[in-house]
Write a protein that binds this ligand. Structure first.
Ligand SMILES: [Zn+2]
Length: 392
């Protein structure tokens, strides 16, 4: 609907509903992007610049939007953002040995982050109670309470059964297996909780705050003990019908290779998972290495470590070339523990992607390292909360 062709304007009451519909569009555009100039709001909503200007003045007067650093909210070049009064989104991340809770406003600013150590043996209910306590502490510091929370995103280091929503096994968090994590967390916290896997959270976080900012079609590959991809296509998280889109870790690279935990053989994960990389170097470089140790040794010139990281990059490159042929992303971001290797891994990977992908699929492809490191999970959970809080 364009501003000028409001055919309903003659009907009684229609003007006020148009105003509220326009207001809704402006608020939605701001909530999607975090911050926009008035010109950008006009472009995204299709509203006339004068209409946007009036709308911003009204919303500012109502305390719903602010123009940071500007005394003149009418100035079109300044970025406009929603205020804290418009609500908060929360991310909860259950990691391997910790629990992190982060709170952001609708302008995508992370206002608080709380973290505690948490053993892997806890029961799901106890984990949720701990998350609630951590959330209350964060909200308290912000002078807010749970009523301000519009939506919560949550990450668990475990597979999720897409048809039942239950946490699958085997999991490093045995107390969560068979539990409908979203349901028990929603009930306890009194607000909608959305759960997603680590690759999807990673792509959401990198898209909103990290190496994928400003892209419309983004692929993210997480290389850790598990290997998976998250996809933002046409600006939206793509999960596929049953939520398994992006299972790049189980692309077959060697039909007669190692047996994978999924039951197939020679999956990408059997070649590049962190423990596999460490295992390749254990006989010659010692049994207690971490990926950080291997990267440090490679940077110091250790030929075996350089070789193993390069081979890892080449294997990932073969799978990434197929991914690029299928979805043609504009950027590919590599995250997870192995991203520490930087160009030692990305250089050989780029070479293989260039060799195996269709030239048009990778001509303008940009492959880079993730920026958010271990914070990607909790920030991804916040991003999931922010997306879930968007008005319909
Ligand atoms: Zn597999």
């Amino acid at each position: 609907m364009r501003d000028s062709d409001n055919g309903d304007s003659q009907r009684p009451g229609s003007q006020s509903s148009l105003k509220s519909a326009n207001q809704h569009r402006v608020v939605r555009a701001l909530q999607t992007s975090g911050e926009l100039t008035q010109a950008e709001i006009a472009r995204r909503t299709g509203l006339a610049p004068a209409t946007v200007s009036n709308m911003v003045k009204e919303l500012t007067a109502a305390g719903m939007v602010a123009v940071p650093g500007g005394d003149h909210p009418g100035q079109r070049g300044r970025a406009v953002r929603l205020t804290r009064r418009m609500g908060l989104a929360v991310g909860i991340d259950f990691g391997h040995r910790h629990l992190t809770v982060a709170v952001a406003d609708m302008a995508h600013e992370v206002l608080a982050e709380e973290r505690v150590e948490l053993g892997t043996g806890h029961r799901a209910e106890d984990g949720v109670v701990q998350a609630g306590a951590l959330l209350d502490a964060a909200l308290d510091r912000l002078g807010c309470d749970r009523k301000s929370v519009l939506a919560v995103g949550m990450g668990l280091p475990a597979p999720l059964e897409t048809d039942t929503g239950e946490v699958g096994g085997p999991s490093i968090l045995p107390g969560w297996v068979g539990v409908d994590a979203a349901a028990i967390a929603s009930e306890y916290l009194g607000t909608a909780v959305h759960v997603d896997n680590d690759a999807n959270l990673g792509v959401l976080a990198e898209h909103m705050w990290g190496a994928g900012r400003g892209t419309t079609d983004l692929a993210y590959i997480k290389l850790s003990d598990g290997v998976g991809a998250g996809l933002v296509l046409d600006g939206r998280l793509y999960r596929g019908r049953g939520g398994t889109a992006g299972e790049i870790g189980h692309l077959t690279l060697d039909e007669f290779g190692q047996v994978c935990r999924c039951g197939n053989r020679g999956c990408l994960e059997t070649l590049v998972a962190s423990h596999v990389v460490i295992g390749l170097l254990a006989p010659s470089r010692g049994p207690d290495l971490s990926i950080a140790d291997i990267v440090a040794m490679a940077e110091g010139g250790d030929a075996a470590c350089i070789r193993v990281l390069a081979d890892t990059g080449r294997h990932v490159g073969v799978a990434a070339a197929s991914l690029c042929n299928l979805v043609n992303p504009e950027r590919l971001v590599i995250g997870g523990e192995l991203a520490l290797a930087g160009e030692l891994l990305l250089g050989p990977m780029r070479e293989v992607v260039g060799r195996y992908a269709v030239p048009s699929a990778v001509r303008s492809l940009d492959i880079r390292v993730a920026e958010l490191g271990p914070r990607a999970q909790v920030l991804g959970a916040v991003a999931l909360g922010l997306r879930s809080a968007l008005p319909a």
